[in-house]
Design a protein around this ligand. Structure first.
Ligand SMILES: [Zn+2]
Length: 424
């Protein structure tokens, strides 16, 4: 089906931190979608045609759908759990909640709720850890495939330092991942992420088999955690006494490369940063989680200067909001504490094209370029009384974006399109 969507449109074709000519904005713009893809984008006057069905979202602003490159599907009922830092928080709240995902009925119910939450917050693609039970990944892929939503997910691999009910074994983790890859990787818009939770919960044998999976499936993503919290780092290094540093554990098992997404990456040594840059491994900044769990302050400018590409993500349920707008709000504040600035143009680039680049998927998602998948978010900059009042004095696009970045949340999401279909 061919349709025209009319609104103000904004899409980035370059990084605003690297060039002034980074985006295209149409004040009276239009996007033509056809068969789930963007067929054309431009001025409404140039694209309108007789008999072409039109949806009018004026005066709202359309961007590519938001991309959330790190969060945990089985933690939908863990978000907002009080009073702990990382290791206690995992043992007290997270591990018991993940145990419930052994039940396929629970996993199916939660998958539906999870995707509805993402869409109501304008997020159209996410990279998600599931529980160690293959049925949790099965439920999430099934629900995402039914919506034609691009999901990257994997069953978590963990064989120690957690309750038996949520552990696998090196062989079981390998076999279950292999079966899920065969069934789901490349099925419609679904992609598989090989998912060792982190070095604390994976034995050397399991990381060795993870490396084998990575060699056998070089086009899959790999997601894990790195240097989130100081107690975590100490415990990790005590488990791998021969490792030069935390990253070396993943490096020595063959996991580094452009497909590796390293959640948090806060407390890094120069050698680790240099190896991440050399191998193209990605750092994923999770500001609401880092503040909530008191983990530390991400060094965006330092990593950028060293040549490491970063994504930005919610990290539900250590993170405290599904909203990528609220994630940018907290990200702005974390970087303020670092003496760094998150300009609104850079911020909106980050949650769209920037995260797509981090995933190596910028040809499919993250921009409004023709032939991209028609995943869109429609933003209402006057969604609340506070925003509407502030908007009365706003004069530039960058100022408007900053209002959305600081004050926006799911109330600012007027509509979300997945492959050309409205989802709200
Ligand atoms: Zn995480």
């Amino acid at each position: 089906m061919r349709q025209l969507i009319r609104a103000r449109t904004l899409s980035f074709h370059a990084d605003p931190q690297e060039t002034e000519n980074a985006f295209t904005y149409h004040e009276d713009g239009a996007i033509i979608t056809e068969n789930g893809k963007i067929a054309a984008i431009g001025d409404y006057a140039a694209l309108r045609a007789p008999d072409l069905p039109e949806i009018d979202h004026r005066p709202h602003l359309i961007l590519p759908g938001f991309i959330d490159p790190h969060l945990h599907f089985p933690q939908v009922q863990v978000i907002a759990s009080w009073g702990a830092q990382l290791l206690d928080w995992l043992n007290t709240y997270t591990f018991p909640a993940e145990g419930r995902f052994a039940d396929p009925g629970h996993a199916t119910l939660m998958a539906d709720a999870f995707l509805r939450l993402l869409l109501s917050h304008g997020t159209t693609t996410a990279v998600a850890f599931c529980s160690s039970h293959p049925q949790s990944a099965e439920a999430l892929f099934t629900a995402a495939h039914a919506r034609n939503m691009a999901m990257i997910a994997g069953k978590v691999m963990m064989d120690r330092n957690a309750p038996q009910a949520i552990c696998d074994t090196p062989q079981q983790g390998y076999d279950d991942s292999k079966a899920l890859i065969a069934k789901w990787h490349g099925t419609g818009r679904q992609r598989y992420a090989i998912s060792p939770r982190f070095a604390i919960t994976s034995s050397p044998e399991q990381l060795q088999m993870t490396g084998q999976l990575v060699r056998e499936h070089p086009d899959c993503h790999i997601q894990t955690h790195l240097s989130e919290n100081l107690a975590e780092i100490d415990f990790t290094l005590s488990l791998y006494p021969k490792a030069r540093d935390y990253l070396d554990i993943y490096e020595s098992h063959g996991l580094l490369g452009k497909n590796l997404l390293l959640g948090h990456s806060i407390h890094l040594h120069p050698r680790e940063i240099a190896r991440m840059a050399e191998t193209g491994s990605r750092a994923i900044f999770c500001p609401t989680s880092n503040l909530f769990l008191g983990s530390g302050l991400f060094d965006e400018a330092g990593l950028r200067a060293a040549g490491v590409m970063s994504g930005i993500a919610t990290d539900i349920g250590g993170g405290t909001s599904y909203s990528m707008l609220q994630t940018l709000n907290e990200g702005y504040k974390v970087l303020q504490l670092r003496g760094q600035k998150l300009h609104p143009l850079a911020a909106f680039h980050w949650v769209t094209r920037g995260n797509a680049l981090a995933l190596g998927m910028e040809a499919q998602i993250g921009t409004l370029a023709p032939n991209s998948d028609a995943d869109l978010v429609v933003l209402n900059s006057r969604a609340t009384q506070a925003m509407a009042l502030r908007m009365e004095t706003v004069e530039t696009l960058a100022e408007e974006l900053f209002v959305l970045q600081i004050l926006g949340d799911d109330r600012a999401i007027a509509q979300t399109y997945v492959a050309g279909r409205p989802m709200l």
